[in-house]
Design a protein around this ligand. Structure first.
Ligand SMILES: [Zn+2]
Length: 146
């Protein structure tokens, strides 16, 4: 069988299928400047190849969004370390009432008293929960695990 089907690489970076030599316009940008890079015997093979060729873009986007999540996490960490885990823990202790519970409100008050605008009480409690220091006791109250 002859290879009548072409995978066209457009200058815009997208790939699409076309009958060989047809110079079909790119469905992405409308350009006819694409170059036929691979040839196939059947439209099925061609559509597989087109799907694969366009895949890296999607993967790249996924990787990018994962990276930004990692950056956000790193930022949270550096914010915490600026206050210092010991300082944060001391403030947590100070915010704990005599019955051993801690609330966002009491923590906010202590953080402000110490001059912290960042991290917020919600964030400190969130981290403490993740680290297993605090456990949620009610809708607005936490108790110490350690
Ligand atoms: Zn294009």
């Amino acid at each position: 069988m002859e290879k009548h089907w072409a995978l066209v690489r457009c200058t815009c970076g997208s790939a699409f299928g076309s009958p060989r030599g047809a110079r079909r316009a790119c469905p992405h940008c409308g350009s006819t400047q694409g170059s036929e890079s691979k040839f196939f015997e059947s439209p099925d093979e061609l559509s597989d190849a087109v799907a694969k060729s366009n895949l890296p873009d999607g993967i790249a986007q996924e990787v990018e969004s994962k990276l930004s999540i990692q950056e956000a996490k790193a930022e949270t960490k550096s914010t915490m370390s600026r206050g210092g885990p010991e300082a944060i823990r001391r403030i947590l202790k100070q915010s704990t009432s005599s019955d051993g519970t801690l609330t966002v409100e009491s923590l906010s008050r202590e953080l402000l008293k110490e001059g912290y605008e960042e991290p917020t009480a919600e964030r400190v409690i969130g981290s403490a929960e993740l680290e297993g220091i605090l456990i949620r006791k009610g809708p607005e109250a936490w108790i110490w695990l350690q």
